[in-house]
Design a protein. Structure first.
Length: 185
């Protein structure tokens, strides 16, 4: 069974913080909540350490503690990442790990490739990339409970999120990783 996720777009940091707070109040844990938005301050608002760089992108500042303060600074795995065509992005939560792998591994070298890898249909991933490019914020929450998906969608909609989309991330069982695919007959 795959991990289920709900994604949505909000227009501002206060809206993102309100949505994150609502998700936490409903019992979603911070480590399952992700945010992704342009780093308009180009990391000048906080100190950062350099990480790995690759031609397709660079992960920077994965150890920073706060993004100009607030609720978003309390999410897990917060840092900045550079992606071609989008510049510096601030990411937190499970999406940071996914994007970090995409940047270093060059998963299509783009945000769209990383989002598709998270189970989002390509057309929706392109919509999200365009919205982020325009300065909006992508918020997502991950859960193993199908009933919680409906609750999360209602929270996103109540918070005024746009382009709310639910998906199932299919996980490859640990015993199958690295094995070649079986031929179909």
């Amino acid at each position: 069974m795959g991990n289920k996720s709900v994604f949505g777009i909000v227009a501002s940091r206060p809206e993102a913080e309100s949505l994150v707070t609502s998700l936490q109040s409903a019992g979603f844990v911070s480590s399952d909540i992700s945010v992704l938005f342009p780093d308009k301050g180009a990391s000048r608002d906080f100190a950062h350490k350099e990480g790995t760089k690759a031609p397709e992108g660079a992960v920077v500042g994965t150890g920073i503690g706060v993004v100009a303060g607030g609720v978003l600074g309390l999410l897990a795995g917060i840092g900045t990442i550079a992606l071609p065509g989008l510049g510096m992005l601030i990411a937190a939560g499970p999406v940071m790990a996914t994007l970090g792998g995409a940047a270093v591994g060059g998963a299509a070298g783009s945000l769209v490739g990383a989002l598709v890898g998270m189970g989002i249909p390509e057309i929706q991933a392109k919509i999200y990339e365009g919205k982020i490019r325009d300065g909006n914020i992508l918020v997502s929450v991950h859960t193993d409970d199908a009933a919680r998906v409906d609750a999360a969608k209602k929270i996103f909609e109540s918070a005024g999120a746009k382009d709310v989309h639910a998906t199932t991330e299919t996980a490859v069982p640990k015993s199958d990783k690295g094995k070649p695919a079986s031929p179909r007959m």
